[in-house]
Ligand binder design. Structure first.
Ligand SMILES: *[C@@H]1O[C@H](CO)[C@@H](O)[C@H](O)[C@H]1NC(C)=O
Ligand SMILES: *[C@@H]1O[C@H](CO)[C@@H](O)[C@H](O)[C@H]1NC(C)=O
Ligand SMILES: *[C@@H]1O[C@H](CO)[C@@H](O)[C@H](O)[C@H]1NC(C)=O
Ligand SMILES: *[C@@H]1O[C@H](CO)[C@@H](O)[C@H](O)[C@H]1NC(C)=O
Length: 485
């Protein structure tokens, strides 16, 4: 009996070792190409849409730049309801809302203990209001909505402004209030604006940035020069048609007009991951003015294609009015905008097609086949060609029925670095689109309008390393009517 038991054990052992030996070797993912995004930057990129809220004394004086001499008594948004802002944002697909806690006029939307030029001196809620707090509470009550803040370095009210040490201490004190008291803040926005009467005023950015990182672990710092998110170089919401998330930080400085083109395109050789944010307002101005109305839907869609569709995040300003609410015409326009985006992108016509590619990493057995580009836009599943081939790779959709589309969407697996430098799209052998960078998302709205065809081939002509594509879509945009030439 014991002998039989022993024999059985040997057989079991043999079987186990046989199993180990014949186990299929799973193909590993390719190496990344540096620099890479941090996890906060990756999270930021996937938001695609961020709402900016310009609100303050300017809302009540019908101006864009306050003087700093405004009487706090004018600030009285009697119907303020931050949950209306949050609902409007969420319904339009925004997941982060950045509020102007202080603009150039120096008036603080929270009761800062370092100044009386704030809501505490206003009649609103008898001086016991706190707009920052209201937004934070409303956002917390809504799953998936985060908060960000803007604290203007330029302060036209405070007497310390112009005195480097005193003012920088004041500014840092306010940063600490905002980043200690209100829970998690996901983005903080810095610009380099200065008063022309004190051109030599220096801002201690290094101290500020270090303090920010100390107080908030998952925050992204925005400025002309990062360190986490860079400005796109204009306030029209347009990125360059070439737009790298990579750039050399050492070539950047805050408030330097001569670097706007570099900011707009980034740098294929850049040593830092520093993606661009496109700030633009739904209206002409940043603050609410009775006389202004929202931009047309077609303009909003141009902005979307030229920002989100060019590897950027769109920071879209929607200013609350004097009542303290987002105006009905802005709400309506945002609904149209969301409706349009959903109409265009909820159907991927490529889904019904066969897909094949020039090669695939690990062969048919591997996890890197071209079908991965049709599994939604999961970042970590992607088509990868064989390693040797960083040029002349292609992926092709063959469809049984003729497709009718006018938008092509391509997305790289940017978790492993941004790679594609040049690409082209062919329909039944005819070139219909070409471009340089792709990044997180590249949208081509076809210049000649709708194309019909059965075979769609995307060629990757040049790439920093083997291209990795996580998603491709062929879409029909009924709002796109290219001008006849
Ligand atoms: C600013 O600094 C420059 C160079 O140091 C100096 O020439 C100029 O007078 C200063 N301007 C003011 C307003 O202090
Ligand atoms: C502005 O940027 C350019 C290009 O990087 C640089 O040469 C110049 O020194 C910068 N100017 C300032 C004031 O930082
Ligand atoms: C950025 O840095 C890289 C690496 O040092 C360098 O090759 C590239 O030329 C730089 N770009 C610019 C515009 O100076
Ligand atoms: C602000 O917007 C709300 C909501 O649309 C509206 O009821 C209110 O009348 C507006 N206030 C002003 C001053 O236009």
């Amino acid at each position: 009996m014991a002998r039989l038991w022993c024999l059985m054990s040997i057989i079991t052992l043999l079987q186990a070792s046989k199993f180990v030996i014949s186990r299929r070797e799973v193909t590993t993912p390719p190496l990344p190409i540096l620099p890479l995004p941090s996890s906060s930057q990756l999270k930021w990129q996937e938001r695609e849409l961020i709402m900016f809220l310009h609100f303050g004394v300017n809302t009540f004086t019908d101006s864009e730049w306050g003087t700093g001499h405004e009487n706090p008594a004018i600030f009285n948004p009697v119907g303020l309801d931050a949950s209306q802002w949050v609902n409007v944002a969420a319904e339009a697909g925004f997941s982060l809302m950045i509020l102007t806690a202080k603009h150039h006029d120096g008036f603080c939307l929270w009761p800062s203990k370092y100044t009386d030029h704030s809501v505490a001196s206003s009649p609103w809620k008898n001086g016991r209001g706190d707009v920052v707090q209201e937004l934070v509470i409303a956002a917390r009550a809504h799953e998936g909505i985060d908060v960000g803040l803007y604290l203007s370095p330029w302060d036209r009210h405070d007497k310390r402004y112009g005195h480097d040490l005193q003012y920088n201490e004041y500014y840092l004190a306010q940063l600490q209030e905002l980043l200690n008291k209100y829970g998690s803040v996901r983005e903080i926005w810095f610009d380099g604006a200065k008063g022309s009467n004190v051109p030599n005023m220096s801002y201690y950015f290094s101290d500020w940035f270090s303090m920010v990182k100390e107080l908030q672990t998952s925050i992204n710092i925005f400025s002309d020069a990062g360190p986490d998110v860079r400005w796109v170089g204009n306030e029209m919401g347009f990125a360059g048609s070439t737009c790298w998330s990579t750039i050399n930080r050492t070539s950047l400085s805050i408030g330097n007009g001569s670097i706007v083109d570099y900011l707009n395109t980034g740098d294929s050789k850049g040593t830092d991951w520093l993606p661009a944010e496109c700030d633009v307002s739904i209206r002409k101005g940043w603050f609410w003015h009775k006389s202004e109305s929202p931009k047309r839907l077609s303009v909003l869609l141009d902005i979307y294609y030229n920002s989100v569709g060019r590897n950027c995040v769109l920071l879209f300003n929607v200013p609350p009015n004097t009542t303290g609410l987002i105006s009905e015409n802005d709400v309506q326009r945002l609904k149209e905008f969301r409706g349009a985006i959903d109409t265009i992108f909820s159907t991927n016509l490529a889904q019904s097609c066969f897909v094949r590619a020039s090669s695939q990493r690990g062969g048919k057995e591997g996890d890197f086949g071209p079908e991965n580009v049709l599994d939604g836009d999961h970042l970590w599943t992607y088509w990868a060609p064989k390693d040797e081939e960083s040029e002349d790779n292609w992926i092709e959709f063959k469809c049984i029925d003729k497709l009718r589309f006018n938008v092509i969407r391509i997305q790289e697996a940017i978790g492993l670095g941004q790679r594609i430098k040049q690409h082209e799209v062919y329909v039944d052998g005819r070139k219909v689109a070409k471009g340089t960078t792709v990044g997180h998302k590249r949208l081509h709205r076809l210049e000649k309008g709708v194309v019909k065809g059965q075979i769609v081939r995307i060629k990757i002509l040049k790439s920093r390393a083997v291209p990795l594509i996580s998603s491709i879509g062929l879409h029909y945009d009924p709002f796109w009517h290219p001008k006849e030439t």
